[in-house]
Design a protein around this ligand. Structure first.
Ligand SMILES: [Zn+2]
Length: 135
């Protein structure tokens, strides 16, 4: 679905809202058709009942498919991931390595004080966004 993977903006939200609305309307109509089908069968109107049943089942399948696409759209999953920037610092001579929250002005190879293990220089080696969980 091309429309659903478009980049996030206000128009996209409107498109998604309309899409959801159409899915729900089809779902409601399908349920209505199914109820009418049951009524038709109870009045022994088999031909009318069958066409209503068919329309209802096809509509139900279509609306459920549309809703599943809506739920699985990529934007929704991305928004649920929480990320924070982390900075990894390493000692230039021993195995000391520490990860901490990124602070403004960090850059790779920046000196970061003394090693608590051996007293040599500690430098920033990595800066990256880390997934910390889902909303
Ligand atoms: Zn060290």
């Amino acid at each position: 679905m091309g429309i659903l993977s478009a980049s996030g903006n206000r128009n996209r939200n409107i498109v998604l809202a309309v899409y959801l609305l159409i899915s729900v309307i089809i779902l409601l109509f399908s349920i209505l058709f199914l109820i009418q089908a049951i009524q038709a069968y109870s009045f022994y109107q088999y031909e009318r009942g069958f066409s209503l049943l068919l329309t209802g089942v096809v509509g139900l399948a279509l609306s459920l498919y549309m809703l599943s696409v809506y739920m699985k759209r990529p934007g929704l999953i991305r928004r649920r991931e929480l990320r924070k920037m982390v900075t990894v610092v390493e000692c230039i001579s021993c195995d000391y390595r520490n990860k901490r929250e990124y602070s403004y002005g960090d850059y790779v190879l920046k000196e970061h004080g003394e090693c608590p293990v051996c007293g040599k220089k500690v430098v920033v080696t990595e800066i990256y966004p880390e997934v910390v969980g889902k909303k």
